[in-house]
Write a protein that binds this ligand. Structure first.
Ligand code: GAP
Length: 516
């Protein structure tokens, strides 16, 4: 199966088992908006807890807030979002479809790459064992021609994007003969800048003055509360403020399921430091965040840093933690050294003094900021795609199993009476009653035990407890492990302890270091 097919299966599985549903499905959906189902919400809450505890419980000098989605519109002028949070877009006049100009060009480059790969495969088939791929790529005229074209187009696109040259982007689309995937025509409009913020109107103010935005990032809610938190919490620099919340972006290109959404959730932390120490903290946060990811055990090889060469005007260092999704390595989290840009601009735009008096140096200054910003939905997709596994068993049967790290699994244990009579359901219910406030448990008595195991495998339940007739004699049950499928007989009184040991957040937290 290709990675594309695996991704399709994963998307279908997420829907079939109650993780993610397309929004407004009975009305044919709303593009790039999704709802989380009964399993999805549990997984999402567990990811949030893991992030929150690693920030605000582990570190005494990080506290949390929950700021409003609506904020004063001037905030988005100060942050630069009104002026510069844009994507270049182009419309096809025949299909009336709107595209991101740079994405149309990137798709064209990807097609050239596909052609190269096809030629390489042809060569491999033709020359068999003696095929030397490096030599073929360096000498085959078709490959060389397409590679040169790719390099030229990419260079032109980067130059046009960096120079904000919209006409330059359009020229590339025309020169390359790029057609609309829907109408098949080259009947393009000019390229225009499109602001990604959603706007709406305050009820009691008419006209332009009433326009407010749905926040495109949660970070600004932290910056504008810097003084409130610092003063009321008597926080001393260095310290951090963390927040989890919704963000909204009117993405033109929305694809790859929950990877790029119009309504999504961010987990952001702004760490305020003394000017001049920010690059040291930036390096520490890079390592700390990577450690957080790796501690989950999804596979160390699935992560890499992508350091930014071209920096945003407010940053003096930036990196992405990329994750290997089924569609390749893509940004999962951003870590940015944002200097004093945000606090400085809010000081300017609000007219309020935003300074910190440092008792150690006796100076007042605008703190510098190191930000860590991760998309909760992207993290959800990372966990789900690493966990999804189609397996052939020794007995010839097949199973789909979600190997979700037990600490994040939506359901921690299923309790299954072997038959639905002879008092076995009652014993199973008693076990659940005893444990349901500690763990999310499921009770299932329908179908054969094998089918019930498969259902639990499909939602990633790490442990199944089976109650059988012998339980009435010896007060023991069978515990089955999702990953190894091994079974063990244990006393009922031990179930809670064993599940706790294997699914406790503390086990993962112990692998993490505090910042500092
Ligand atoms: N405050 C900094 C900031 O917002 P960003 O790189 O634009 O930086 C941070 O976004 C993270 O938010 C990304 O790494 C990604 O995980 C997530 N994210 C951004 N746009 C998204 C979208 N449209 N859908 C889902 N997640 C998104």
């Amino acid at each position: 199966m290709t990675q594309e097919e695996v991704f399709k299966q994963l998307t279908a599985h997420a829907k079939e088992y109650g993780f993610v549903f397309p929004s407004s499905e009975i009305y044919d959906g709303l593009s790039a908006v999704y709802d989380y189902g009964q399993m999805g919400v549990e997984l999402k809450n567990n990811i949030k807890k893991y992030w929150w505890d690693a920030m605000v419980r582990l570190n005494e000098n990080i506290v949390g807030i929950d700021s409003a989605i609506f904020m004063h519109p001037k905030i988005w002028q100060a942050s630069g979002h009104v002026g510069a949070f844009n994507d270049p877009l182009i419309d096809n006049k025949d299909s009336k479809k709107r595209y991101r100009a740079d994405v149309l060009i990137e798709d064209y480059i990807a097609k050239l790459e596909e052609k190269i790969n096809k030629d390489v495969e042809k060569g491999r088939r033709k020359f068999g064992e003696s095929f030397d791929e490096a030599q073929f790529r360096a000498t085959n005229p078709n490959v060389l021609r397409n590679q040169q074209k790719m390099d030229e187009v990419r260079e032109r696109m980067t130059a046009a994007l960096n120079a904000n040259d919209l006409q330059g982007l359009r020229d590339i689309i025309i020169d390359c003969g790029i057609v609309c995937p829907i109408s098949g025509t080259k009947n393009w409009t000019e390229v225009r800048q499109f602001n990604l913020m959603f706007s709406t109107q305050l009820g009691n103010i008419s006209g332009e003055d009433g326009i407010i935005y749905l926040r495109p990032e949660t970070a600004q809610g932290i910056f504008v509360n810097f003084l409130n938190v610092q003063k009321t919490g008597r926080m001393k620099i260095p310290f951090g403020i963390a927040q989890i919340g919704k963000a909204f972006r009117n993405e033109i290109v929305a694809r790859q399921f929950i990877f790029r959404m119009r309504e999504f959730e961010q987990m952001e932390m702004q760490f305020f430091v003394r000017p001049g120490s920010e690059l040291e903290w930036f390096a520490k946060w890079k390592e700390t965040r990577l450690q957080w990811h790796k501690a989950l055990g999804l596979g160390d090889e699935k992560y890499r840093f992508h350091d930014h060469e071209k920096l945003a005007h407010y940053a003096n260092a930036a990196t992405d933690i990329e994750f290997e999704f089924p569609f390749g390595f893509k940004e999962l989290e951003g870590i940015h050294s944002r200097t004093d840009f945000d606090l400085g601009n809010h000081q300017k735009f609000s007219g309020r003094k935003i300074q910190y008096f440092d008792p150690e140096t006796g100076e007042s200054y605008t703190p510098y900021v190191v930000e860590t910003s991760i998309g909760l939905d992207r993290m959800f997709l990372a966990v789900l795609s690493a966990a999804y596994c189609e397996e052939k068993l020794e007995n010839g049967e097949e199973r789909v199993v979600l190997r979700i790290p037990p600490v994040l699994a939506p359901v921690k244990l299923a309790v299954l009476p072997l038959v639905k009579k002879d008092g076995l359901p009652e014993i199973a219910r008693d076990i659940i009653d005893d444990l349901k406030f500690d763990f999310n448990c499921q009770y299932d008595e329908k179908d054969s035990i094998g089918k019930r195991y498969r259902r639990q495998d499909a939602i990633g339940t790490p442990f199944c407890i089976t109650v059988d007739h012998q339980t009435k004699e010896d007060n023991c049950v069978t515990i089955r492990d999702r990953d190894t499928m091994s079974q063990e007989r244990i006393p009922v009184a031990e179930v809670g302890r064993i599940i706790r040991e294997r699914t406790d957040f503390r086990t993962v937290m112990k692998k993490l270091n505090k910042i500092g």
